[in-house]
Design a protein around this ligand. Structure first.
Ligand code: TXD
Length: 307
């Protein structure tokens, strides 16, 4: 059985464990700085396994030695947004937490693939790559599956069609200037800019960009966790099952999309080795311009990392 460690047993971490345990993909370790909480959640999940018929082992711990030999390490540790905050406001506090989590976990799991969730996402993925010294194949960030799934959900609701018929691709940084690609997104093959009136499409694009904030203001404390953790589950599954699955995710760019030296949301292919390939779309000037703006913002945040 593969082993997956989830650092941070809060809302997204514990819910990721829930999805993963259900899929029987790996034995799971939940680790957190809070004492007792990861142990309690792991025990509760363990006690759910007989009901759902899953034989995975779930342990909770505060000790990195229990995470040794992990195939995948997911980092969700850190602060989440409060109403009115931007993701970038979390930079200082979360850099310290993510940096330490990478250092401690790589010592005992030198072969692991890292998936980063903590915000500000693209900067935290960059930090994880820097601190670990790993090649880009083994450090990816989750954002694009979530942002695209939000857009898919809004399109499916608008048109009253199955979510299975809706394909959306949101690229760029994980911030309000993310880039929903309306020309490439489609409903059963029909491009969104053909199937939807332009005002409705515009409204969906806007709602997608602000999708995280919409949930933060409804919840009042904490941020989204069901959809983000489902996205993490899909990435873990693609890697462990060597699916060669193409999904939007944050990857270290070495010239792709005209960008170099930043983590940025692009279509990637995931398999057992982690990031196998970055897929290049044919974009027009307007789309390239929007990506450039988003990349400039990500670069600014990365430059303010305490490295
Ligand atoms: O798409 C995305 N990338 C995102 C990102 C979608 C959803 C959430 N996103 C970000 O993930 C969010 O902005 C936060 O930065 C993280 C975690 O969000 P979550 O909602 O899970 O936050 P919680 O519930 O507060 O959980 C964080 C846990 C909590 O239990 C802390 O005790 C723990 O992290 N924590 C630590 N664990 C281990 N080690 C250290 N140092 C540590 N510090 C805090």
């Amino acid at each position: 059985m593969a082993k997956v460690t989830i650092i941070g047993a809060g809302q997204t971490g514990a819910t990721t464990a829930h999805w993963l345990a259900e899929r029987q993909l790996a034995d799971l370790v939940l680790i957190d700085i809070v004492e007792g909480m990861p142990q309690g959640k792991a025990l509760d999940l363990t006690e759910a396994m007989p009901v759902i018929g899953s034989d995975v082992r779930v342990i909770g711990t505060n000790d990195y030695s229990d995470t040794a030999g992990s195939d995948i390490v997911i980092i969700t540790a850190g602060l989440a947004r409060k109403p009115g905050m931007s993701r970038d406001d979390l930079l200082a506090a979360n850099s310290k937490i993510v940096g330490e989590a990478v250092e401690k976990s790589i010592k005992v799991s030198p072969d692991a693939i890292f998936i980063i969730l903590t915000n500000p996402l693209d900067a935290m993925a960059y930090l994880a790559k820097k601190v670990s010294g790993l090649p880009r194949e083994r450090v990816v960030g989750q954002a694009g599956i979530l942002d695209s799934a939000r857009m898919q959900a809004f399109v499916a609701m608008e048109l009253g069609v199955s979510v299975d018929n809706v394909n959306c691709y949101v690229l760029g940084g994980h911030g309000d200037d993310m880039v929903p690609l309306t020309r490439h997104s489609n409903v059963a093959g029909i491009p969104l800019d053909v199937i939807l009136p332009s005002d409705r499409l515009k409204a969906i694009v806007e709602r997608t960009r602000k999708g995280g904030g919409e949930i933060v203001s409804l919840l009042k404390s904490g941020s989204a966790f069901y959809a983000p953790s489902a996205a993490l589950m899909q990435m873990v599954e693609a890697i462990l099952l060597d699916r060669h699955l193409i999904v939007p995710a944050s990857a270290y760019l070495e010239g792709e999309y005209g960008q170099e030296g930043i983590y940025f949301g692009v279509p990637v292919q995931l398999g057992r080795g982690g990031l196998e390939k970055i897929i290049q779309y044919q974009l027009n000037d307007e789309e390239n311009g929007e990506l450039e703006r988003s990349a400039n913002h990500v670069r600014e945040v990365i430059e303010s990392l305490p490295l």
